[in-house]
Design a protein around this ligand. Structure first.
Ligand code: MRU
Length: 348
């Protein structure tokens, strides 16, 4: 059993407990975080990562930021809430689940006109815990909705980590795989190592392997070769933000995979909860793409692999146009074909 990716321990005086994902697969270590700055840093340095998990972390971080607020004045408290939510939203810009979760807490607090500050604090904690619990249920439903895709003998390719480590439980892209495995369906998974931070080989291979699912790690550049040999039946990934027309941001390299899949006549699926949709933006060109530090590329795991003064370009995500996506699997149903009308219909 893998411990919970992230949870709140205890009551309002408690803390956030999460798996430090930077240590995997070597060490499975839980860290407890009791202050806003450490939580913000945990998101930035990817101790906790993956769009839904970042949303949960943000919500819990906001509770950490507010629980010691001295003021008893409601308006002053709400102002502080807004400031701290804005601060937390900057931790990582691409995954819309972070702003979605912060917005949800903000709305709940602003809507309650009759509550004392003490009651508001308790209510915010309850809401943050609810976001975690709902995410687990949502991911299980995504798994059920995507189960039919996993046929006996299927050879599946995935990228980055959209598994239980990226969510409260089950994952998004990996949820149908876990459910198929529970049902005794035999299949095999090729996992892109996912340069530069290796979420595929470090995290996805680790969690699928622990569940007893057959995994083969490949270098990212092997994916096209495998497709050309006819050894991939479908590709499934998660997403960090999906625009109203279905353009989807996900870990850098996803776009290349989707294009390759199309050229080879292979289905390319995205699995994501409703909280990953950003219907306020018309298309993917408006999705902010996070840039990561050069050192993650040039000395990712302790050893320099490029000249000291070399220029580096390291976007963490890319955008896959809707036309390359066969279907999006959500907890509300499967969106196919992927376009503004089908998305609006399901999201309504
Ligand atoms: O930089 P990361 O590790 O947070 O990137 C994560 C991904 O790209 C995932 O595929 C995405 O968040 C979906 S997680 C269910």
């Amino acid at each position: 059993m893998i411990p919970r990716t992230i949870e709140w321990i205890g009551n309002l005086e408690g803390c956030v407990q999460l798996i430090d994902q930077t240590l995997l697969p070597g060490r499975l270590e839980l860290v407890q975080i009791s202050d806003l700055k450490s939580l913000f840093e945990a998101i930035r340095c990817l101790k906790v990562r993956g769009a839904p998990a970042i949303g949960i972390a943000g919500a819990m971080g906001l509770v950490l930021a507010l629980r010691d607020a001295q003021t008893q004045d409601r308006e002053e408290f709400l102002k502080l809430l807004d400031t701290q939510a804005d601060y937390l939203a900057c931790a990582r810009p691409t995954a819309v689940n972070l702003t979605w979760a912060l917005e949800r807490l903000r709305n709940v607090a602003h809507r309650q006109t009759g509550l004392s500050v003490a009651d508001l604090k308790r209510m915010l904690l309850a809401e943050a815990k609810a976001i975690r619990d709902e995410d687990a249920a949502t991911c299980r439903t995504i798994g059920q909705n995507g189960l039919a895709l996993i046929k006996p003998g299927a050879r599946i390719l995935t990228h980055c980590n959209a598994g239980s480590l990226a969510t409260a439980e089950y994952g998004t892209a990996l949820a149908p795989l876990y459910l198929a495995h529970e049902k005794g369906i035999d299949f095999t998974v090729y996992v892109d190592e996912t340069r530069p931070l290796l979420q595929g080989s470090r995290l996805t291979a680790w969690e699928l392997g622990r569940a007893g699912i057959e995994v083969t790690v490949i270098c990212d550049s092997v994916a096209g070769h495998l497709m050309s040999l006819g050894r991939i039946d479908l590709v499934i990934t998660g997403a960090d933000r999906i625009a109203a027309n279905g353009d989807a941001a996900n870990k850098i390299g996803t776009y290349s995979l989707a294009r390759l899949a199309r050229d080879h006549g292979i289905a390319f699926y995205i699995a994501a909860p409703a909280s990953t949709f950003d219907l306020s933006i018309a298309d993917g060109s408006q999705i902010p793409i996070e840039q990561r530090a050069a050192e993650e590329v040039t000395e990712g795991f302790g050893r320099r692999t490029a000249p000291a003064d070399v220029k580096v370009y390291s976007p963490a995500f890319d955008v896959t146009p809707a036309e390359f996506i066969t279907a999006i699997i959500t907890e509300l149903g499967v969106i196919e074909p992927v376009n503004a009308e089908t998305i609006a219909r399901v999201m309504r």
